[in-house]
Design a protein around this ligand. Structure first.
Ligand code: ADP
Length: 645
């Protein structure tokens, strides 16, 4: 095939520009990225070779070679990993195959990108980082198994690339960076050494470089031979220690090493929030090095997001995305697990069923939850920051991880009528603040704190001095289905069922008032009920309103407005469920309507007012009204009347 010129996918070009302009303060990482890719490629061919030895072609002296060429001004990184076919090169290098690219680019545009290099790092700039230091990049590669037909790809990073078939005797990939004049320092032996040591020391394959030293020949006695001149000697030196970081004792590993390793496994740019390094012995033997990131990834809620931990068996790489090791609600956790019990030829199917994997998962979850609990106890402010990033996902665990429910409910934080906006409280602290007369934990679900704060459902609770928890994440509707009590106190939705916050005496008093009102307004109530029969299940007087005229409440097990909204957003069928319209007997509006009804129970205005009452109740809970035009027309007419025109 002859050489063809192609255009980068638009997003690639945008990403490239961003990388070049935003990461300039940390250029050295281009080498880390290329070494990481080379190491991954060796992992892959090694893993394939467990089931197909022929793939090795007798070439299994694993190494990553760095070749600086001062004359040509090039820096080459070569590996004998799995290589790529031509189609793979196009897919991996010319386009961004990863899901969520568009959303990611949007999120970059929404924030000031140059101030947020960590966002770009989070996406994993990988190969493209080369263009920070090179004005031309040539990639030669041959995929394992496709004998001798390789391919050559080249780009100057300006929107297009060329690709052509070429002969390659060796399997693997070679990347040649034609360095920009101002970055020739990357050809310097000591510069390369220091970058490798800093960022890639733990890579488990030798990262080698030819080192030429000038020596004076020595005699048998070890003394330099005088007058013999000098000779040049070249040796291939290994630059990294190759120690698997998770296999080393904790006390031996520096924070910087952990952080660099984290960046290698996560593609994150920032240091992790917490590092968890431990080994388990007994029924299940494994070592784990886990990281809790500091910031949530942009694609945390995208269903096709890659997740899982890296799995090794006795230091041999098995897979980099083992989903079975970590439950979905901890999908943000990154890291490595190295098991001593699993067989080397473990397959995907086996992983799904394996009891060892299940045991490991249990051990990991327990360790992660106890780490979080410790942070929460010792450093609440820091925990709050973490919670703001990952709380929404962890809450999924309250619903799905029954075995750890007790631990999870201690980790959960909420805002409430008793906290400032943006400040959080645990259930334990909420309970500690409860006045003695309060027997239940109250909450309200909805889509934002601001909207919930306006809810008429809170009136009676405010009047009583009872705190109400705001549950404004969609997942909260599921949380409250599972978390029905805490510390022996039932959790109760303030917008559901019949609520009474009063003492026995107060209750009697109110009941009397309610009965009187019910009697006095019975005709009006039947009228409203009849008129709204298609929309509401019942009309009754309320115990929860002190200021507003009316509100809608769900029955104890019915669907509330928030759940309806969420189900609609998820494109789920929303079962027809009528709610109860509660009226405030002390409100002037009710009296006015009552009087009107007494004067003329057929007055046409009555039906309009009943509709307006219902629409008001919808609006205050944040639900849309059916006919906004009619609503505005009626309100306008009332305004004209009120103004005496
Ligand atoms: P990432 O490493 O985050 O996936 P990159 O842009 O660095 O992103 O690489 C994209 C893909 O190109 C890799 O996932 C891999 O499939 C392929 N690739 C990159 N470098 C190599 C290499 N040296 N050998 C084989 N495949 C490679």
């Amino acid at each position: 095939m002859s050489k063809t010129t192609k255009q980068f996918q638009t997003e690639v070009q945008q990403l490239l520009d961003l990388v070049i302009h935003s990461l300039y303060s940390n250029r050295d990482i281009f080498l880390r990225e290329l070494i990481s890719n080379a190491s991954d490629a060796i992992d892959k061919v090694r893993f394939e070779s467990h089931s197909n030895e022929a793939i090795l072609e007798g070439n299994s002296d694993w190494k990553i070679k760095i070749v600086p060429d001062k004359d040509a001004g090039t820096l080459t990184i070569r590996d004998n990993g799995i290589g790529m076919s031509m189609a793979e090169v196009e897919e991996n290098i010319g386009t961004i195959a990863r899901s969520g690219t568009k959303a990611f680019m949007q999120s970059l545009k929404d924030k000031a990108t140059s101030d947020n290099p960590e966002l770009i790092g989070q996406f994993g700039v990988g190969f493209y980082a080369s263009f920070m230091v090179a004005d031309r990049v040539t990639l030669y590669t041959r995929s394992a198994g496709s004998i001798e037909t390789g391919c050559c790809w080249e780009s100057t990073g300006d929107g297009s690339y060329t690709i052509e078939e070429c002969r390659r005797e060796q399997r693997g990939t070679e990347i040649v960076l034609h360095l920009k004049d101002e970055f020739k320092e990357y050809l310097d032996e000591w510069k390369i050494r220091s970058i490798v040591k800093k960022y890639s020391d733990y890579i488990q394959y030798p990262i080698v470089m030819d080192i030429t030293r000038t020596e004076t020949p020595k005699g048998v006695d070890g003394e330099e031979i005088e007058g013999a001149g000098t000779i040049e000697k070249t040796v291939e030196e290994t630059l990294n220690s190759m120690k698997a970081i998770w296999a080393r004792p904790k006390s031996d590993v520096t924070e910087e090493e952990y952080n660099e390793f984290y960046k290698h496994v996560s593609h994150d740019f920032e240091a992790p929030f917490r590092t968890i390094h431990f080994s388990a012995e007994g029924v299940s033997e494994f070592k784990a090095l886990l990281f809790l990131p500091a910031r949530k990834p942009f694609d945390m809620f995208m269903s096709d997001r890659k997740k899982g931990l890296q799995l090794y068996v006795k230091r041999v790489f098995i897979t980099d995305k083992c989903e079975e090791l970590i439950p979905d609600y901890l999908r943000f956790v990154k890291g490595v697990v190295d098991s001593s019990d699993l067989p080397l030829n473990v397959s995907r199917e086996i992983l799904q069923e394996d009891v060892q994997i299940k045991r490991i998962q249990k051990g990991l979850v327990s360790k992660i939850l106890s780490t979080l609990s410790e942070v929460k106890e010792k450093n609440f402010d820091e925990y709050v920051k973490f919670w703001a990033e990952f709380g929404q996902v962890i809450k999924e665990g309250v619903h799905f991880d029954f075995a750890n429910k007790e631990k999870l409910q201690e980790l959960v934080l909420f805002e409430s009528t008793g906290t400032e906006a943006g400040a959080f409280s645990s259930l334990k602290d909420y309970v500690a603040r409860m006045p003695e007369s309060q027997k239940e934990i109250y909450f309200i679900t909805g889509n934002s704190r601001e909207a919930l704060e306006q809810s008429p459902h809170l009136e009676a609770f405010r009047a009583k001095g009872y705190e109400v928890i705001f549950m404004s994440d969609p997942v909260d509707e599921w949380v409250v289905q599972s978390l029905t009590e805490y510390d022996g106190k039932p959790l109760k939705a303030v917008d559901r069922g019949d609520i009474s916050l009063d003492s026995e005496d107060e209750k009697k008093e109110k009941e009397k008032k309610r009965e009187e009102a019910q009697k006095e307004f019975s005709d009006l109530i039947s009228f409203i009920k009849d008129h709204l029969q298609d929309k509401v299940k019942e009309v009754r007087f309320s115990n929860r309103l002190t200021e507003s005229a009316c509100c809608l409440v769900a029955e104890e097990y019915g669907m509330n407005a928030n759940m309806e909204r969420i189900m609609k957003a998820l494109n789920q069928p929303v079962p027809e469920s009528k709610r109860v319209l509660e009226l405030n007997p002390d409100h002037a509006l009710l009296r006015a309507m009552g009087d009107l009804h007494k004067q003329d129970n057929k007055a046409p205005a009555l039906s309009d007012y009943a509709d307006l009452l219902y629409d008001q109740a919808l609006l205050t809970e944040g639900s849309p009204i059916k006919d906004p035009l009619r609503f505005t027309r009626m309100v306008s007419e009332l305004m004209v009347k009120a103004a005496g025109k």
